[in-house]
Design a protein. Sequence first.
Length: 460
Amino acid sequence: MTTTLAGGRAARRQTMRRIRPRRSPATLLLLAVWAGAAGVLWLWWANTPSISDNNGKILNAGRITGLLAGYLMALVVLQMARVPALERRVGSDRVARWHAMSGRYTLCLTVAHVFLIMWGYALQAGKGLGDIVQQTMDSINQLPDMGKAAIGTGLLFLIGLLSIGPVRRRIPYDTWYHVHLLTYAAVFLTFWHQLTTGNEFAVEPAAKTVWYGLYGSVTALVIWYRILTPIRLNLRHRMYVAAVIEETPGIVSVLIGGRKLHRMGAEAGQFFRWRFLAPGMRFSSHPYSLSAAPRPDMLRITVKAIGDHSERLRELTAGTKVWAEGPYGALTAARRSRGKVLLVAGGVGITPMRALFETLPGASGDITLLYRANSTQDLALWDELATIADERGARLMYAVNSPDGERPDISAERLRQKLPDIDNHDVFMCGPPGFAQSVYEALRGAGVPARRIHHESFEM
């Protein structure tokens, strides 16, 4: 059984405007980050005397790695704050990659800072490299706020360990997610020793003020966007499960009712983080894309059962309360820069593509959807897609394995054969990482510029 949500024409009217792609602020943000790092280097340089001995070199190397680690910690938390300018303009998956990269750099700088500072302290006390452990214990016991810093550093190491790819894939998503939230505690605990033991902040009151301003601003953003904004959204819209419908074996759609849902600001192609207040699911929050254009009284997500949380969605009953955060994601019509559009979906990546297929404005023949699945039985929402294609004069293609398991050819040559003017298309793509990478390479080979290939991973 399938479920069709009407409202495509209304949704298209909302986006029926002159094509004016919204520019991503990513470049400006990265420049601001590098400018901040340069400011940290200048602060260190301005307060660093002439260095003549090895002990001074080691201590000052420990100082600069500590300052940079402290600066990056603030950015790591900022990237967790779900600020709309980042989540909706840059893209949630890109912000997630920035967060992971910043976290790795922060951990490496923290390790270097602890090692170099403790080594320098040991040399000052007339000890050697082999006495670092004892020196560390002495510093924790004697210096202000070092005990809290040690606990915070330990939490950072734990989070870093559980975020290593092979380790993360072996633990449940909810476990990793909740442990990852300890980042806030780690940053709070390590913050105070920066001010009480940091030479730069002791001799430069203005630097201390700036540091308070940096961390205070980030804290305010976290409180506003991760706590207050979701509370306001859910109290205003009061969402609940209206129905659960099996689309194909292993894939279900959840219809979510509520009040004035069109005022949530959600667009086709975006996702929310959903928490269903049912037994065993209250403490789990997972990202799922909208699989249809938002309606004033209804939202829909379509999910494939690939984990504990997604498998339990079929057990939801009508009336179950829903807590949502969002909308997030930059895979929207605002990315469009050309009249013709190719949508490429792999597996359950069809959900945001289905919503875009319904709502992207275009004349007959302007919109094409290519849907990749293992078999025709796995083509979720196919009846809906066919209906939309017929109504809009859009083109619908599928690529499934042959009966003997041979994978379909999605090469540059094949794409040019099916769409001779593909190099004049915008391409929106969603699917597993391996699929997305292979299709990206085929698109580039077919002449599509990288700036017109819009991709957002749903595995976050």
